[in-house]
Design a protein around this ligand. Structure first.
Ligand code: C2O
Ligand code: CU
Length: 468
C-alpha cells in the first residue's frame, strides 16, 4: 500500500553506541532513604551528553544528537512494581539539566523540576542521584525538565517500564518510543528551537518519525503471536493517530494505569505528546503478508509508520483468546461528591485571544503566562482532599495537559461521562473541548501542571499545584 504524503522521508537504519562506562561518584544524595530491601537494587547510570547516531540510514551521514548514554532513546529502565529505582545521573551537556520521571507517583524531591524540586544538575560534569520507590506498574518515561523543548527535542528521553508483580502472559513485551524530528537534507537536526511560529501554533512538528530512534520499515511478527506493545510518544508536539492495518488491538493500560480492555475508538489510537498506551496486539494476519501501521492524525499528512511483516512460519494456528486484564494500581479514589471543584481555562495561540501576550509568551492558564518553574501556584490543595478540575480549552489547538506526582481520573468530555473513567497523567484536550478530571491530592509538594507540547509549555502554558 502506498501513501502519498510520507512524512517519513528516509529509510531504515540501526544505531546504538557504546556506553561510556566511567564510574560515577555520587555527589548529591537528596531524599536518601535506606531500607533493607534496597540493598540488592543495582545503581544505574545515565549520562546526558552529545552523541551521534544513524537516525537516517546510509548513505545519509549520522546525526548529532543529545542522548542518555549516547543513544536515542536512552536505555530502557526496567524494574518490578514496589522496587526502588536508583539512578546516578551525570550531565555532560554544556548546559544545566534535570531528569523528570514522567507519570511516576514519587516524592517531590525526586521529580526533577529545576529550581522547584532540586538545583539543576550543573553543566559539564554535574551529578545527581535519583532514588525512589515505584508504586505503580506500567509504562512510563524519563526526560529532562530543563529547556525541555530543545533537550527532549534533540533526543534526551527513554522508557521506564515497571513490571507487574505477575506480568500477564504474552509472547513478546515490546516498547516503541515514537519521536518526530525536524531534519535537514543532510539528516542533521534543524535549529530554530523555540521560534515564535512553533511556540504560538502547533509546536515543533517535524518531518521524520522514528521508532526507537530509527526510521523503521518493518517489524517482523509471526501469525498467531500475542504481543504486548507499549507505545510512548516522546515527540515535542506531534500527536499520533495510529491504525493497525486490519488488526484489532486491545488497549489494556493508558499512561501506565490499567483500563478495562477495549479497542481504540474508530479503530485509531490517538496518542498526544507524553502519553502512553499498552496494547495487546494479536497477530491475526496471514503468514508471508505485510500490513501497514499508518498514522492518520493530521489530515494532509498521512504516512506509513512501518509494516507488520509476517514471517512465513506461523507461531500457532491463532492467537490466544483469553482477555488480558491488568490488576489495578493502588491509587486513592477521589470522593466526587465531596470534591472541591476548580475551573482551569487554557487560552492563547494563533486564532485565539492573544491580548496581553508579550515576551515570547503565547499561552496562558487562567490568564497567567508562566515559563519559570518557580512561581505562585495555580491552586493550593489540602493534602488528602479530593478535587475535580474542569479543564476548558478555549483555543483552536490540542493540548496534552500533564500533572506531576499524581494520576487523575477522566470523568467527562464536553459534559458526557467517559466510558472508562481512565486514569491518566496527561490528558489530550481537543480544541474548544472541556474535560473534567478528578484526583486525591495525596502527594505533598509543588507539582508542575502544564501542556506537554513543549513549545506551548515554554511559551506560557505552564503552572503548578501545591499540595500541603
Ligand atoms: Cu513529561 Cu512536566 O513533564
Ligand atoms: Cu498546548
Amino acid at each position: 500500500m502506498q501513501y502519498q504524503h510520507k512524512t517519513t522521508q528516509f529509510l531504515p537504519s540501526r544505531r546504538r553506541l557504546l556506553l561510556g562506562s566511567a564510574f560515577v561518584t555520587l555527589a548529591a544524595a537528596a531524599g536518601h532513604r535506606s531500607h533493607a530491601a534496597q540493598a540488592d537494587q543495582p545503581l544505574r547510570q545515565l549520562i546526558a551528553g552529545p552523541g551521534t547516531t544513524q537516525l537516517v540510514p546510509k548513505p545519509y551521514p549520522q546525526t548529532a544528537i543529545w542522548g542518555y548514554n549516547g543513544s536515542v532513546p536512552g536505555p530502557e529502565l526496567r524494574l518490578r512494581q514496589g522496587e526502588c529505582l536508583r539512578v546516578a545521573v551525570e550531565n555532560r551537556l554544556d548546559e544545566e539539566t534535570t531528569v523528570h520521571w514522567h507519570g511516576i507517583r514519587l516524592p517531590n524531591a525526586m521529580d526533577g523540576v529545576p529550581h522547584l524540586t532540586q538545583k539543576p544538575i550543573a553543566a559539564n560534569g554535574g551529578k545527581f542521584l535519583y532514588e525512589f520507590d515505584v508504586p505503580d506498574a506500567g509504562t512510563y518515561w524519563y526526560h529532562p525538565h530543563q529547556r525541555s523543548l530543545e533537550q527532549v527535542g534533540r533526543g534526551l528521553y527513554g522508557a521506564l517500564i515497571v513490571e507487574e508483580r505477575e506480568p500477564p502472559v504474552v509472547d513478546r513485551d515490546i516498547t516503541w518510543v515514537l519521536d518526530d524530528w525536524r531534519l535537514d537534507r543532510d539528516a542533521s537536526i534543524r535549529g530554530g528551537f523555540g521560534n515564535y511560529m512553533d511556540l504560538s501554533h502547533a509546536g515543533r512538528i517535524g518531518n521524520t518519525v522514528t521508532v526507537n530512534g530509527r526510521i523503521a520499515e518493518n517489524f517482523t511478527v509471526r501469525a498467531g503471536e500475542r504481543i504486548r506493545l507499549r507505545l510512548i510518544n516522546a515527540a515535542n508536539a506531534r500527536i499520533f493517530g495510529l491504525e493497525f492495518g486490519g488488526h484489532q488491538p486491545r488497549i489494556i493500560a493508558l499512561d501506565g494505569q490499567p483500563v478495562a480492555p477495549h479497542e481504540p475508538e474508530d479503530g485509531r489510537l490517538v496518542l498526544g505528546p507524553a502519553m502512553r498506551a499498552d496494547l495487546i496486539l494479536d497477530m491475526t494476519g496471514q503468514p508471508g503478508q505485510r500490513y501497514p501501521i499508518t498514522d492518520t492524525f493530521y489530515r494532509q499528512l498521512n504516512y506509513r509508520l512501518l509494516d507488520l511483516d509476517y514471517a512465513a512460519e506461523p507461531l500457532r494456528a491463532k492467537p490466544p483468546e483469553t482477555e488480558v486484564r491488568l490488576p489495578a494500581n493502588a491509587i486513592p479514589e477521589p470522593d466526587i461528591a465531596a470534591a472541591e471543584r476548580h475551573e482551569v481555562l487554557f487560552s492563547g495561540g494563533m486564532m485565539g485571544n492573544m491580548r496581553g501576550m508579550s515576551r515570547g509568551m503565547a499561552w496562558a492558564i487562567n490568564g497567567v503566562s508562566q515559563s519559570e518553574h518557580v512561581h505562585d501556584p495555580l491552586l493550593r490543595l489540602r493534602r488528602g482532599s479530593s478535587h475535580v478540575l474542569k479543564l476548558v480549552n478555549d483555543t483552536a489547538w490540542h493540548h496534552p495537559i500533564h500533572l506531576h506526582g499524581h494520576s487523575f481520573r477522566v470523568l467527562t468530555r464536553n459534559g458526557k461521562p467517559t466510558r472508562h473513567r481512565e486514569w491518566l497523567d496527561t490528558v489530550l484536550v481537543a480544541p474548544r473541548e472541556t474535560t473534567e478530571i478528578a484526583f486525591v491530592a495525596d502527594n505533598p509538594g509543588d507539582w508542575m501542571f502544564h501542556c506537554h507540547i513543549l513549545e506551548h509549555q515554554a511559551a506560557g502554558m505552564m503552572s503548578s499545584i501545591r499540595v500541603a
